[in-house]
Write a protein that binds this ligand. Structure first.
Ligand code: DGJ
Length: 695
């Protein structure tokens, strides 16, 4: 049983971990007691004890490891999860335990302010097999006056007592996403956040914490992420009393939510897990959690061709038909036409908002191209950027007030575009109608949903929706984006969606409730992609990672190398295939066929990062089937000055007793492959892909 309710104490157990908390005997505070290894007996977990305050400067509440601290309630100065302002001006919240309810693998703890009728349900869900705990909060105004929520985080995670943690996280920028950073946490609060309206290329709402002794394969790692595609905030705090905790949720910067009487605010999910097998164990747990929850779980990824890096905006029916013919010969299964196809779109100066085919480029609409693509045995996919509008568009000429802006103030364009205010229902209805019309009128199997700028002037214009709160706009925008996308997905369930925001600007566990695939970066140079993809894999399984073979890097990287880098994800081609020689086309065809043969491992295989591209010029990854009867090993060498003495590789994840054959390397038991070094001698910019088969 994953949830033990022991009176005023609760233990959430997963296969290998446990998370425990309870009410203190005297003050009745809900305090955390354990997060780490699962212990043999539920009686082994530490009791919830009252703490003493410290001098006249810190109350007990400051020292308590509260599960969901509220702002107020005594001498407390650590980061709260909830901050509320009542109609009479009181900004003090004192949450007390009301009741607990266990239903299967879900525990709800209801807390309530001791005077105002504000209830907070803390919802805990246990994913026992994956060692993941998922939390969110439901804030319910049961009073008769509105309540202004000035912070409404999803969760606070307490680490085992100590102040010597390192925080690992992902950072970057456009064209350079998913860098891995490591910072020692020192006393005070380290804040990571997005203020951009999207998850952002710059920081990621994910964390990995350890005490300086974890590596890829061993050591304790506490990790987690937030399933939210808008502004978020993560506060990693080391207190003056040497405890460490991490609060995570929707960003309260410039944001507030007015909760009317009887309304509820539901926070996004915060996920967290514990791995005693280092960072590798952490990502395998996240992958196992996410894979079955994708919109199309375990769907084989179709090898796609995308027109962007080849044609840019210069798409038309004839050129695209020609690319489609060449792509089909290579074994491509999904032909995706990117930007440039709609009315007035000849550059990024115009057209966004007018989602009908450009009459010059497609005089008879999209259907002739789609039929051609289908006739070649491929599916058809299309690029859209539904949240955007160019000032030079019919939509903007008709509805200049539909964009995010402040009345009478400048509107900042970026890439010559403005953002439609999805917080407005009429705008959502328009976006839905446009996308629905496209999908209803055409045989479209795949949509790439892009968003190519971040926010500025995030206002309602002159439509301030009194009595609503103007600063809710950041949150309502994202809620409505999910609603529009969800409604489209429901009406067109066969469509596979890709989430893109100028590369990896909207890659998170929230958007993956709608999208199956993510565009990692506009940087498709395999040399850069190797570390980027590896860092991406800490969070996301290979099947959601779209990876194209393009012309980037062709001046120094062999085609096979470029393919091998992309074959560890959802393989695509974005290169100018009209320039490929007959021998290059033959290689591409062979590699695509090989990919189709092994792609079930991309869908379901367990990932092991054997050697990091961040630290080594020679890197390696492998995937092993859930039954451990087959796998695939990828090895890459970029540039290393001669002589090169590659360090030895040890395989992982095999059944020690079973025998495996690796072509060109021989046959050994799993134990043999995992405990004796594999010495491969690769030249500069050489890669190898080895299928592994149980014999
Ligand atoms: C940004 C995306 O990341 C690219 O792949 C491409 O779709 C362009 N937008 C099109 O404008």
């Amino acid at each position: 049983m994953p949830i033990h309710a022991l009176g005023r104490y609760w233990v959430l157990e997963t296969a290998h971990s446990a998370y425990a908390f309870g009410l203190t005997p005297t003050t009745g505070a809900l305090v955390h007691t354990h997060w780490g290894a699962r212990l043999p007996d539920v009686g082994d977990y530490p009791p919830a004890l009252d703490t003493q305050g410290y001098a006249s400067f810190n109350g007990a509440g400051h020292l308590d490891c509260e599960e969901y601290p509220a702002h107020g309630g005594g001498l407390k100065y650590t980061e709260p999860c909830l901050k509320a302002s009542f109609a009479d001006g009181v900004r003090d919240l004192w949450l007390e335990f009301e009741y607990a309810d266990v239903q299967g693998e879900q525990l709800v703890i209801a807390l309530r302010d001791h005077r105002y009728k504000l209830q907070v349900d803390l919802v805990y869900e246990v994913f026992a097999e994956q060692d993941i705990i998922r939390r969110h909060a439901i804030i319910h105004n049961q009073g008769s006056e509105p309540v202004l929520l000035e912070r409404h985080f999803s969760a606070l995670w307490h680490l085992p007592y100590g102040d010597a943690y390192r925080l690992h996280h992902l950072t970057g920028r456009w064209n350079d996403e998913f860098e891995w950073r490591t910072d020692a946490l020192t006393h005070g609060v380290k804040v990571l956040e997005s203020r951009r309206l999207t998850t952002s290329h710059h920081h990621h709402p994910s964390f990995w914490l350890e005490r300086g002794d974890a590596d890829e394969d061993k050591g304790e790692v506490w990790f987690g992420t937030l399933a939210w595609s808008g502004n978020w905030k993560l506060c990693a705090e080391v207190t003056d009393f040497a405890s460490t905790r991490l609060a995570i949720g929707i960003n309260d910067w410039d944001s507030a939510w007015k909760l009317a009487p009887n309304e509820r605010f539901i926070t996004p999910h915060a996920l967290a897990g514990y791995s005693a097998e280092g960072f590798g164990g952490a990502s395998r747990r996240l992958h196992a959690y996410l894979r079955p929850r994708l919109p199309h779980p375990y769907m084989p990824r179709k090898v796609l061709f995308n027109s962007w890096e080849v044609s840019l905006f210069d798409v038309d029916v004839d050129s695209q038909k020609h690319y489609a013919e060449l792509a089909a010969e290579l074994g491509v299964e999904l032909f995706v036409m990117d930007d440039g196809w709609f009315r007035g779109r000849h550059s990024d100066m115009a057209g966004l908002g007018d989602w009908t085919p450009d009459a010059h480029k497609f005089p008879h609409g999209l259907t002739p191209l789609i039929e051609h693509v289908k006739g070649l045995g491929m599916d058809f996919g299309l690029w859209v950027e539904p949240e955007m509008v160019n000032p030079d568009s019919d939509l903007y000429r008709q509805h200049p007030d539909w964009v995010l802006h402040y009345q009478g103030r400048p509107r900042t364009t970026a890439r010559n575009q403005l953002i439609l205010n999805l917080a407005r229902q009429d705008v959502c209805d328009y976006v839905y109608a446009q996308m629905d019309a496209l999908l209803s009128a055409h045989d479209i199997a795949f949509i790439k949903w892009d968003m190519n700028r971040n926010a500025s002037e995030v206002g309602y214009g002159d439509l301030l929706p009194a009595p609503r709160e103007a600063r809710e706009i950041w949150v309502r925008y994202v809620q409505n984006l999910y609603a529009v996308w969800g409604k489209l997905a429901q009406k067109h369930p066969h469509v596979v969606w890709q989430s893109c925001s100028g590369g990896g600007g909207r890659a998170d566990y929230g958007i993956l409730a709608y999208a199956d695939q993510i565009w990692v970066s506009d940087n498709t140079n395999p040399n850069r992609r190797l570390p980027m993809q590896e860092h991406f894999s800490h969070l996301f399984p290979p099947n959601i990672m779209e990876a194209w073979v393009t012309d980037m890097g062709e001046d120094y990287l062999p085609l096979e190398f470029r393919f091998h880098v992309s074959m560890i994800g959802a393989l695509g081609i974005g290169a100018n295939i009209t320039r490929w020689t007959a021998s290059e086309r033959a290689s591409a065809k062979r590699l695509i066929a090989q990919y189709k043969h092994m792609r079930h491992l991309i869908e379901r295989g367990t990932l092991y990062r054997l050697r990091s591209a961040r630290q080594h010029t020679e890197s390696a990854l492998m995937l092993v089937s859930p039954q451990q009867d087959e796998g695939v090993l990828f090895v890459y060498r970029t540039y290393a000055p001669q002589p090169n003495n590659p360090s030895a590789l040890y395989l992982r994840g095999l059944n020690p007793e079973a025998r495996y054959h690796i072509e060109g390397l021989g046959t050994k038991t799993g134990a043999g492959w995992m405990h004796t070094p594999l010495s491969l001698s690769l030249g500069n910019f050489e890669s190898r892909l080895y299928p592994i088969r149980q014999v």
